[in-house]
Design a protein around this ligand. Structure first.
Ligand code: GDP
Length: 330
């Protein structure tokens, strides 16, 4: 199929075309890469914009249960929701945890929902680009909400937060020790902390945990992109679908405020700039390790430095000078 046809079909909301497009952006093959760029560039002009929500939490906290309940609630109001996953651990375990077919079964059958399993990639940088492109395709396909799920491992939260309009952290009810365990950096990225499993015997613990997090959030530096009262901590029960409507109302309030105050546009602009710079940096680093000619030149220069023929700094300067005059890496 021609890329222009694929683009038209994605823009018309054809799911099979969307799946095919995402497979294309996930591919590492050089000819696929070229086609993927052609596709994303064509679709950029649709001007469609979804609300991008990032959701992070450790395994077992209830992410899939939450996405199923929350997604169904949104889908029932007529919103179209796409779910993507960033799961850098899947490459290590051999199988994609987030790609498990049994997850979110009801939501995956809903006509307004689209769930895409995590690509099996080991490199977070590669996953980041593929996920961003997949998000762009979902937006072009007319989804109202794109939810990007990630397990709280390594740097994946940071990567997801950098491609979202809203970042939600899902936490488990627990004692004070747990509060210490949540890295400050993640707390600082969160717009909304949801303490899940606030039901049955766990309800009092969840309420207490939520109050602890609310206290911790108040101690953080006020961010310019937040109205009064944000970031916020709340309790929810994904199993009982309790508190989800309130959580959604809070998300809408926050996003509404950011839109009115231009923080939405500024954040998207800053993210675009960030990803542009990141991709250039990544491409240069990739060239260092992948381009045979550059690798050979590096090895040769390194050998001369090791043998004391050249000084490390002068050799590095000469190498950088040389790299500047090479054609751009493919
Ligand atoms: P994930 O690994 O973060 O995707 O977590 P899952 O959604 O698979 O949930 C892990 C476990 O927690 C499962 O046994 C769920 O049934 C349970 N769970 C999820 N949400 C809730 C909740 O709101 N209340 C209770 N009591 N259990 C929950």
């Amino acid at each position: 199929m021609q890329i222009s046809d694929l683009a038209d079909r994605i823009a018309a909301g054809d799911r099979r075309a969307l799946a095919r497009g995402i497979t294309l952006v996930e591919s590492n093959r050089a000819d696929h890469r070229k086609a993927a760029l052609d596709l994303t560039e064509r679709l950029r002009t649709t001007g469609r914009e979804a609300l991008r929500i990032g959701l992070s939490g450790t395994p077992g906290v209830g992410k899939s249960t939450f996405i199923e309940s929350f997604g169904l609630m949104l889908a029932e109001t007529g919103l179209r929701i796409a779910v993507l996953a960033v799961d850098p651990s899947s490459a290590r375990t051999g199988g994609s945890i987030l790609g498990d077919k049994t997850r979110m079964e009801r939501l995956s059958r809903h006509p307004s929902a689209y769930i895409r399993p995590s690509p099996s990639q080991s490199h977070l940088g590669g996953i980041a680009r593929r996920t961003r492109e997949a998000v762009a395709l979902c937006e072009a396909a007319g989804f109202d909400i794109v939810l990007i799920e990630t397990v709280g491992v390594g740097q994946s939260e940071t990567v997801v937060a950098e491609m979202c309009d809203l970042f939600v952290l899902l936490l488990a009810p627990a004692g004070g020790d747990e509060l210490q365990g949540v890295k400050r950096g993640i707390m600082e990225m969160a717009d909304l902390i949801l303490v899940n499993k606030a039901d049955g015997d766990l309800k009092p613990v969840a309420t207490r945990t939520c109050a602890d997090y609310a206290g911790a959030l108040r101690l953080l530096r006020r961010r310019p992109q937040d109205p009064d009262g944000f970031p916020k901590a709340m309790t929810v029960s994904a199993v009982e679908a309790a508190g989800l409507d309130t959580a959604w109302a809070e998300m809408r309030a926050l996003i509404g405020w950011r839109r009115e105050t231009d923080h939405w546009t500024a954040r998207r602009a800053a993210q675009s700039r960030h990803w542009f710079e990141e991709e250039v940096r990544r491409g240069l680093l990739a060239a260092l390790t992948e381009d045979p000619a550059i690798r050979a030149a590096m090895a040769d220069a390194a050998r001369r430095v090791a043998e004391g023929l050249d000084g490390p700094d002068a050799a590095a300067a000469a190498m950088l000078q040389d790299l500047r005059h090479r054609p751009a890496p493919g």
